[in-house]
Design a protein around this ligand. Sequence first.
Ligand code: DC
Length: 239
Amino acid sequence: LGNLSRETFNLISAKVKFLIIAIDGPSGVGKSTLSSLLADKLGGLYVDTGAMFRCLAWRWQQLDCPEDDDALRNLGLQTRIKMASNQIWCNSTEVSELIRSEQVSALSSHISKFSVIRDIMKQKQRELVEDVRNSGSFSGAVLEGRDIGTVILPNADIKFFVDADPEIRAQRRFDQLRQKGEEVEFDIILQALRERDAKDRNRSIAPLVPAEDAILVDTSNMKEQQVLNTMLQHIDKIK
Ligand code: DC
């Protein structure tokens, strides 16, 4: 405790609450950008859980894995995922760009419906939060995905469900891919997005639905900064 009295220390600790923020929503809604901006602003750890499913899907494809429970369990347990300084590593490969292809997007949605995979991901994601809470090096954690508020962290301090019209989300995705120099067609992007939405929303385990206590944010007609401010206002109320 150094020069701090136990009383002062307790007072400071009580004030600096470890804040857990859950952000769910469909693809292309801007969750990743919003979550990482929020984490930066609040000094929290940012966890992109979609990237974790994408790593599994990428490795599944590389290994040409069968679809049975044992093979999927091995895949889940033997895939080491590391996210640090804007880079994502899957075992010993840097996959930050590789996991963003349309093919991996579709495969990650497919692979995420299996309960063995979801159970392993749930454990890994909860461990991440506990590790960072115990390390004391962050003031909280911002996790984004599909089932964070409903399944992974039902006791999160605040939950957001971010949504936008499919056409608008497809346009954002189309622009991103075009910027990267990829030859893509808008209609194909929109169709893939609708298919992935349907799979994510209708699967039997951990479907994409807002938690009962989630704050709904429709970003269709909002600029990024507006969305961020709205979320920060809600967060301020519970701090
Ligand atoms: O957020 P994303 O588009 O990178 O996610 C890719 C896929 O991973 C998504 O279509 C469904 C799955 N996913 C999931 O099932 N649960 C999560 N918490 C995050 C992603």
